[in-house]
Design a protein. Sequence first.
Length: 77
Amino acid sequence: VVNKWFYLQAVSDIPGNVENVRKLLNHPAFDLRNPNKVYSVIGGFCGSPVNFHAKDGSGYEFLGNIVLQLDKINPQL
């Protein structure tokens, strides 16, 4: 249920949602070491064309930073 909630928050097409997604990464139920949590939040965010492909590049920058963090924790993810 929490993963679905994470996904729905992250996939929102509300412009500027990248800030809300950053807040989700600090949610007590989120763990960057848990692949299902990562798929819910990061996968959801990437499914939002409005925010992932934002004209200012913030979506790409956000994903790049997350990939660098994940590579240190779980390179297979």
